[in-house]
Ligand binder design. Structure first.
Ligand code: ADP
Ligand code: ASP
Ligand code: MG
Length: 404
């Protein structure tokens, strides 16, 4: 008897038909003699709807109350799935994170799981129940609801699989695996049979939202192999596991993009020691993650510092930047929300020179101006004008022969 954790995303539980479909899938696997722990997301669109409700009543809704509200989305899905399973003659129980005991730190909307208590889950499994757990949510020390960041149900599933030492962790979504690029942008993207944790980490951190970044981090840390599959068909998906560059000979394994970024520029500040330290410590103190940073060459002792942040943090980042204009004697703060980050990923870059040149060449041939560049061992990222993201992703995808 194996213990299987399955996670179903929003589109997989979007309506009654989809929920009943999932119920059938779950029972089918349970009836083969497996113990089943199921993690579900809120129905597709529900989390956005709840956030809109919050913004309808308050300009800056209280983060604790936002999580109280957001946690209800997943609660809809767990209850409905339990009902559907019972209706098909199965035994199932739904549990919130509070009922399970999924503990997190207290950072609302970005909480990290610190501990999972397994007692209740194990008791229910012993009784032959399918255990259905609300994804995305946790409780902090005070027993207040927290959420793990958008897309965080993947992380709930992997954390449970690691804690339970599950035999398998399957992530069911609306695509049948991890592709060489987002299939919504690149129709001829190819599905990977396998991808390494490191490459998947890089893809996820650079915008491939098919897996939540923290989920991949946890999977790597606890060596949980993930199987990413579609809940709409029976196709084999993508296995994410340890090891490197399993698809031999491939220098680049994927193109990732992220259109949810904003660029801020603090213009014409004194080019002297301590300025960057001041700007970025203020941003860090406001809990804003800064991604790329570029400082332009100083002229007349003055320089521009540009940086990118997630669009969700852009209002706050702009406020912080403006609050420093005077002490920095800066000329202005400029903000550009129409930016996108396009990246190529592959462990093969470690040993193959010329990849960056080929990337920049491709963008140049397509008349796409690069505004910022950053690199890691296994990726190269560029910031480009937002409206060119699709063109850039497609051009890079064919330039690196990912469609072959
Ligand atoms: P779920 O609600 O099931 O968690 P998500 O919408 O979070 O689903 O993630 C699935 C989506 O991720 C796909 O519909 C696809 O558009 C997007 N995606 C982005 N990059 C990739 C990629 N490289 N491979 C597969 N899907 C990708
Ligand atoms: N429902 C949450 C979201 O929309 C979590 C998830 O889908 O994984 O972000
Ligand atoms: Mg998701």
């Amino acid at each position: 008897m194996a213990l299987i954790v399955q996670k179903y995303g929003g589109t997989s539980v979007a309506d009654a038909t989809r929920v009943r479909d999932v119920a059938e899938r779950v029972l089918y696997t349970q009836q083969k003699g497996n113990q089943m722990v199921i993690v579900v997301s809120a129905p597709a669109g529900k989390t956005d709807e709840l956030l809109a409700l919050a913004r309808g009543v308050a300009k800056h809704p209280n983060p604790r109350e936002v999580d109280m509200l957001l946690a209800t989305g997943e609660q809809i899905s767990i209850a409905l799935l339990a009902m559907a399973i019972a209706d098909l003659g199965g035994k199932a129980i739904s549990l919130t994170a509070a009922q399970v005991g999924i503990k997190t730190d207290g950072t609302h909307q970005k909480a990290k799981i610190t501990e999972i208590s397994l007692k209740r889950i194990k008791e229910e499994l012993e009784k032959g129940q399918v255990v259905i757990v609300a994804g995305f949510q946790g409780i902090d020390e005070k027993h207040d609801y927290t959420t793990l960041g958008r897309g965080g149900s993947d992380t709930s599933a992997v954390a449970l699989a690691a804690a339970l030492n599950a035999d398998m962790c399957e992530i069911y979504t609306d695509v049948d695996g991890v592709y060489t690029a987002d299939p919504r942008l690149v129709p001829n993207a190819k599905k990977h049979d396998e991808i390494s944790y490191d490459e998947m980490l890089e893809m996820a951190s650079l915008g491939a939202k098919v897996l939540h970044l923290r989920a991949v981090e946890l999977a790597k840390k606890y060596n949980v192999p993930l199987h990413v599959r579609s809940s709409f068909n029976e196709n084999p998906g993508t296995v994410v596991k340890g090891g490197e560059n399993m698809e031999q000979g491939r220098i680049v394994v994927g193109v990732a993009h992220n259109s949810k970024i904003s660029k801020l520029t603090i213009a014409r500040i004194a080019d002297k020691p301590g300025v960057a330290a001041m700007i970025f410590s203020k941003l860090a103190a406001a809990d804003i993650n800064v991604d790329m940073i570029v400082q332009s060459a100083g002229k007349d002792g003055l320089a521009d510092i540009s940086f990118t942040v997630s669009k969700d943090d852009a209002d706050r980042a702009e406020e912080v930047a403006r609050s420093m204009v005077e002490v920095l004697s800066a000329e202005s703060v400029e903000r550009d929300d129409n930016q996108a980050k396009v990246s190529i990923v592959g462990t093969g870059m470690l040993t193959n020179p010329g990849v960056a040149a080929a990337m920049f060449e491709t963008l140049a041939q397509n008349n796409i101006n690069i505004e910022m560049i950053s690199t890691s061992d296994i990726s190269i990222s560029t910031v480009i004008p937002g409206e060119l993201v699709e063109k850039a992703v497609q051009a890079l995808h064919s330039a690196f022969e990912l469609d072959k």
